[in-house]
Design a protein around this ligand. Structure first.
Ligand code: SAM
Length: 258
């Protein structure tokens, strides 16, 4: 009977692929992958040369990403229905901003198939390490940039804010080359409701190849319209206010407050 295991290749595939993920890729009857760089693709192809197939073929210029994701889900399910022990490899953590993997697992489980996911190293994990950010101190909020604005999420300026997909802000379609980011002023306007336009934020891109340095460009919010944002950019917004303890609650918890 077919089954599905979903693994992550990390951001820097050479180094981030876990031993467990490697074993699943090697032992699979079918490997379906979505990675963003040729090194990662080469690694996967070498691990299981006869059986590796890229799902990136479903990306088409101008096509809604949602439609592409459905095709990916269908292909994963089709392989499992064909009786193959299928391993899907997605870059980063395979369950972080990855609709197809969660959906395929949910649908297959409903049909009685074994389907599960292993964690991987996400862009956010790299950010914590490379920008020296501890999500536990003071706290961390993480949103998809377009949803953050359109859903009207209100950030708490006492905690760190991480905004994913800022380089495809306002776009639901796919582009192989680049996205026209005409809507970034609207994004800046929205952020400026909660932070001073002078507040410094960081456009972050973790290096995908060993030995390379990450991109970490600090700019005031007002200048986000002037920097280059790419599909690999994640925006880090440090807290702008200090958290102040609620003394009454601290007392009730028996905590000593200085
Ligand atoms: N599954 C991926 C993960 O675990 O990191 C996330 C995929 S999501 C569709 C794409 C977004 O992830 C990008 O728009 C960006 O916010 C972030 N991202 C991907 N690669 C990155 C990198 N090298 N450095 C920083 N952020 C990255």
């Amino acid at each position: 009977k077919g089954s599905l295991v979903v693994v992550g290749s990390g951001i820097k595939t050479v180094g981030h692929l876990t031993q467990e993920a490697l074993a699943w890729i090697k032992g699979a009857d079918k490997v379906l992958y979505v990675v963003t760089d040729p090194v990662a693709e080469g690694v996967i192809q070498r691990l299981n040369p006869e059986k590796a197939e890229s799902l990136a073929v479903f990306y088409e210029e101008g096509k809604l990403r949602r439609e592409t994701y459905e095709k990916m889900v269908e292909r994963m399910i089709e392989c499992v229905h064909a009786g193959l022990r299928t391993c899907a490899v997605y870059y980063g953590h395979p369950g972080v901003f990855a609709y197809p993997t969660h959906t395929a697992i949910r649908r297959l489980r409903k049909q009685g198939y074994e389907a599960f996911m292993l964690p991987g190293i996400s862009a956010e994990d790299c950010l914590f390490a490379e920008l020296g950010v501890d999500p536990g101190s003071p706290g961390c909020q993480s949103y998809e940039a377009t949803t953050f604005v359109t859903a009207g999420f209100v950030p708490n300026p006492k905690a760190v804010l991480i905004l994913w997909q800022v380089g495809v802000f306002g776009h639901m379609d796919y582009s192989r080359t680049h996205y026209e980011l005409r809507e970034i002023p609207l994004f800046v306007e929205y952020l400026s409701r909660f932070y001073s336009p002078d507040h410094e934020v960081c456009v972050y891109e973790s290096a995908i190849f060993p030995g390379c340095k990450p991109r970490a460009d600090w700019v005031p919010i007002r200048d986000l319209t002037k920097v280059q944002l790419t599909p690999a950019s994640t925006l880090y917004v440090p807290a702008s206010e200090r958290p102040t303890p609620d003394l009454e609650l601290c007392k009730r918890l028996g905590m000593a407050v200085r």
